[in-house]
Design a protein around this ligand. Structure first.
Ligand SMILES: Nc1nc2c(ncn2[C@@H]2O[C@H](COP(=O)(O)OP(=O)(O)O)[C@@H](O)[C@H]2O)c(=O)[nH]1
Ligand SMILES: [Mg+2]
Length: 540
């Protein structure tokens, strides 16, 4: 199958982004009547082209006007490369810088810079000045190394060069991972008569097929895929990294909104709390304080967020810090997702970064020991560090679901899990005949602690009830505060290791024997003593 890519435009309003897309693709991305009337992009526009090498590229055209930056944010999330546009007659303008900052925060480190409208510039010196200014502006950002191509959408000058350069840039981007966990953040919802509800977006992390049952988060709605298209062509299966339109049955247009995520059922949990590493832009006007309210954008979703600074009193412009965000509306996020934050008024982009833990186990206490260290391990550690840290947080987990939330790719995670099990840092508890991914796993320290409690509980029980053969399973389970699944798994491994003996409904330490004194034997009668040793403690 041919690779597919998505590029997104970026740059100041009126610098010729939409015209350039039209010149490259023959498709006018300004599709709304209001856009045509005002001759300005307001919302995202979509087009596509086929590269000389046969690969197809979807294009998301974004508004440059500062009033519509938030629409722009819904479109740039999953792009492979930016088509960064600066008009030769005007040079670098405020949203040139703001869009650049956004690309930088989202770490979209592939791009081509098109200096447009060269037909309007008569003097070579002026063009050279603008080019120099652009190069200086991108210095130290993700676009620092990006090629710079002067073009004109009106005369066609430079367009072939631009296409070749885009092709070369895209050939250097990473292949889209298929993690078996497809996510399509919805950027448009509409109805098509005769078909019903259609949503569009850029698919990541997995494939989707016609006929497949899907779930829509954060609502948890169920739907089925009736049809799929990419670039207006019907397809049976959509691959990661492509622009996709999904015809859904089972949901109405009114139930869906931009920012919802179409996914495979049963794994993606919406969240109201998220731990992040936040880069606070040096262009921000004041330090970021604890409890500040910001607008939060990730994928195509948007909500309000309250900032909880974890390791510091304030983040100063230009600083990076560990932050817990309390989201007003639940958002379906996974580890490693990028996000942007803005201040509502006067509206400005002030920062962004990366989701380190989309399901933090608790509201963190500020300045608490270990919180920042554990976030550091999650953000920058080896795959082994990440799995171990997550498992410490979650407690017992199925290996498969731990891998799913780790943000690691499947193969890498499986390898790391193998290393951790060999080193006995992680122990699988149950179902020895099953593949590791299906087993319940725990950290070594969790195991040690529970086995300690188990031994203590049982020896205490044996001391108090020397005539009972063992402790009832239910009583033991509640003394250890474990859910039935975890308890059974713990018992399975503890029994296999000879730590406990299981007898029907009771559990005992191997050292425990029901030993009756002469006097007791006389009191209860030998027959009863035998029954007690068999584990029937109904008489005692
Ligand atoms: N002369 C000239 N005008 C251009 C060129 N590209 C765009 N324009 C004009 O610049 C204006 C803004 O273009 P548009 O593509 O809507 O800008 P956007 O806001 O960046 O999408 C329109 O009037 C275009 O006709 C170009 O290469 N040469
Ligand atoms: Mg436009």
């Amino acid at each position: 199958m041919q690779a597919t890519y998505v590029i997104g435009t970026a740059g100041h309003v009126d610098h010729g982004k939409s015209q350039l897309v039209q010149a490259l693709t023959g498709i006018d991305p300004d599709r709304l009547r209001e856009e045509k009337e005002r001759r300005m992009t307001i919302d995202l526009g979509f087009a596509w082209l086929t590269l000389p090498n046969g690969e197809s590229v979807g294009i998301v055209d974004v508004p440059g006007h500062r009033d519509f930056i938030e629409n722009m944010l819904a479109g740039v999330g999953a792009i492979d490369a930016a088509l960064f546009v600066v008009a030769a007659d005007e040079g670098v303008m405020p949203q040139t810088r703001e869009h650049l900052a956004i690309l930088d925060l989202l770490e979209i480190d592939n791009g081509v810079i098109a200096v447009t409208k060269t037909d309007l510039v008569e003097s070579e010196e002026w063009l050279d000045l603008v080019l120099a200014d652009v190069l200086e502006t991108v210095e130290g950002t993700v676009l620092e190394e990006a090629p710079l191509i002067p073009v004109s959408a009106h005369t066609g000058h430079g367009l072939d060069d631009l296409i070749d350069t885009l092709q070369e840039t895209l050939s250097r981007t990473n292949v889209h991972p298929d993690r078996g966990r497809p996510r399509l953040p919805i950027d448009r919802v509409f109805t098509v008569s005769g078909f019903g509800t259609v949503v569009t977006g850029t698919l990541v992390d997995g494939t989707l097929r016609v006929g497949q049952e899907v779930e829509i988060q954060p609502q948890g709605l169920e739907a089925r895929i009736r049809g799929l298209q990419t670039h207006k062509e019907d397809i049976e299966e959509a691959s990661p990294g492509s622009r996709v339109a999904i015809n859904l049955s089972g949901v109405d247009k009114e139930d869906l909104a931009r920012g919802d995520v179409v996914t495979r059922p049963g794994w993606l949990e919406p969240t109201n709390w998220v731990d992040v590493e936040l880069r606070y832009l040096s262009s921000a006007e004041r330090p970021l304080r604890h409890n500040t309210h910001l607008k939060f954008f990730s994928g195509a979703a948007e909500t309000l967020a309250r900032v909880r600074l974890l390791g510091t009193d304030a983040l100063w412009p230009g600083e990076t810090g560990w932050v817990q965000l309390e989201l007003q509306d639940p958002v379906a996020l996974v580890k490693e997702d990028r996000f942007i934050v803005r201040v509502p008024s006067p509206p400005a982009t002030v920062g962004g970064g990366i989701v380190v833990d989309p399901q933090p186990p608790r509201k963190h206490r500020r300045f608490q020991d270990g919180v920042v260290e554990s976030l550091e391990a999650l953000a920058h550690g080896t795959p082994e560090d990440i799995l171990l840290e997550l498992l410490e947080q979650t407690g017992p987990a199925r290996a498969q679901s731990l891998i799913a939330t780790s943000g690691l790719d499947e193969e890498q995670a499986q390898r790391a899990l193998g290393v951790l099990i060999d080193a006995q840092e992680i122990l699988p508890l149950d179902r020895r005949e099953r593949p590791t991914t299906q087993r319940l796993i725990v950290t070594h320290s969790w195991w040690d602690e529970r086995i300690g409690q188990l031994r203590q509980t049982l020896s205490e029980y044996h001391r108090i009830h020397p005539l009972r053969s063992g402790m009832g399973r239910e009583g033991l389970r509640s003394a250890l505060h474990l859910d039935p699944e975890t308890f059974d798994a713990l018992m399975e491994r503890a029994a296999a290791e000879g730590i406990v003996m299981q007898e029907r409904a009771t559990v005992r330490l191997p050292s425990h024997r029901v030993e009756l004194s002469e006097e007791q034997l006389r009191d209860v009668g030998v027959a009863d003593a035998d029954r007690a040793a068999d584990g029937d403690d109904s008489r005692t």
